[in-house]
Structures are given as C-alpha cells and as structure tokens.
Design a protein around this ligand. Structure first.
Ligand code: URA
Length: 242
C-alpha cells in the first residue's frame, strides 16, 4: 500500500491547502485510524481511516470529475491560445496532472470526464473495452433512416477509408434538422461529424450525454463540475444505460 505524508494526502483532496492542513494537524484535529496525528510528516495510506475535524476524509489517490463542458473550451490540460476544460474547473477541484479522458471538439458540449488516473482513462477509451459514449446530434437535414441505421450498425467507412466499429443510431426528433441519439465505442477525430458526412448531412449541435452507464448530471449548468463517486466510476466502466 502506497504511503504518503498525511498533509499531502489531505490537501490532495482539494478542499484545504497544505498550510491549512498543517495548522489543523498542529491543533490535534486530524486522526488516522482513530489515533490523533500531530506530525505533518506522518506517513499514511489512502486506504487509512482519516478524519479531519471529526469528518471522515473520502480520500482516494486519484481524482475523477464530471464537467458539463460548454461550447468554446478545448479538451486539453493547457493551451497557448484557448481556454481549456481544466482552466474552467473551480479552484477546489483543481489538481496537478488533471487531463480530459477523451476529446470533445471545441463546439461539442456535455459530459467531459477529467482525471489524473491514466490507467482509468486508458480503460474507458480503449476501443477493445467497448465503453459506450452516448451523444445527441442535431444534423443539417433529413436522411434515409433505415439505410443510416444499417450503415452505423455495420460499421461506417469514413472518407479516408477508416473502418469504424458498429454504432447505434436512433431518431429522437423528426424535424427539418432532426435530432439523433448516437452511441459509439471509440473516439476517432471528429468521429460523429464524419459519420454523418458520409450520409450527406453535417452535425450542427453535438452533446455527449453519457459515458458507459453514467449519464451527465443535468443539474450541472454548462461550465459546472463535480467529483464523481466510486459507484459512478463503476457505472462508467461496467454499467449500461437502460
Ligand atoms: N464526435 C465528434 O465529431 N466530435 C466530438 O466532439 C465527439 C465525437
């Protein structure tokens, strides 16, 4: 079990600065497995039972954040020109080494998953794992629905010859600019926009609404973010939407 300084473990949860934690430790307000700790250099593990001022610390080594990505921010940790999904996180959620697990285009909105856990990101992004990403796509005109559903199911061949994995397509709103639910299992560059281009229409609005079995929390306004619970992480990796 990996051990770290107790002040580092507590401050890495993002709510308190290192100096604030040191002060609490000095005041005798921090305990590990029921024993009061008075030395900030005391080594503990993320699995230990840690309390701060009587409150249990839900400590984990890594951070997992759901952001309702607004338009106009880029899916990167930092960028010379544009504001990034990490830039717009509230200060209490910001950590070093956070990055978006998967890229949404600058004009795509919705569920952006931001973490510092490279293994987790790899698992949910790997096409071999088949973690589904669900999107709502509004497109520029009507299409032949039966043909499109069949083409998505069989695996679209993009303009450059890339053969995609089987994808789901469902018409949600029949209008001059119809709305579709699209479910994909991989994340190629501009994938959904390019899939619709093969049908002769372009995507005018795109929003990611779920990753695996976890839906975007619609109480998050565009630009708002919150931490994910362990159960929600499990839904991402192992859950299915009904
Ligand atoms: N497909 C796209 O075309 N863009 C996105 O942002 C995500 C999937």
């Amino acid at each position: 079990m990996k051990k770290e300084r107790i002040d580092k473990i507590i401050s890495s949860q993002g709510l308190l600065s290192r100096s604030e934690v040191k002060l609490l430790i000095k005041k005798g307000l921090v305990s590990v497995n029921g024993i009061c700790v008075t030395d900030s250099g005391f080594k503990a593990s993320y699995e230990d039972d840690i309390t701060v001022d009587g409150q249990p610390l839900n400590s984990s080594e890594f951070t997992y954040i759901m952001l309702n990505k607004p338009k106009g921010v880029v899916s990167a940790s930092d960028d010379k020109k544009d504001v990034t999904v990490v830039d717009i996180l509230p200060d209490e959620l910001k950590r070093k080494r956070l990055f978006p697990a998967g890229r949404l285009d600058k004009d795509t909105t919705g569920f952006s998953l931001i973490t510092d856990d490279g293994d987790f990101a790899h698992r949910i992004l790997s096409p071999a794992r088949h973690v589904k990403k669900t999107y709502l796509a509004r497109v520029s005109g009507r299409i032949d629905l039966e043909r499109a559903i069949k083409a998505f199911e069989e695996g679209v061949v993009l303009g450059d010859g890339t053969v995609l994995l089987s994808a789901g397509l469902e018409l949600l709103e029949d209008a001059d600019e119809p709305l579709f639910k699209v479910v994909i299992k991989e994340g190629k560059y501009h994938q959904i926009k390019r899939m619709f281009l093969t049908l002769g229409v372009s995507v005018t609005e795109l929003k990611r609404v779920a990753i695996g079995g976890l839906r975007l929390d619609e109480t998050l306004e565009p630009g708002q973010a919150r931490l994910l619970s362990k159960d929600e992480l499990d839904l991402i990796e192992n859950g299915a939407l009904n």
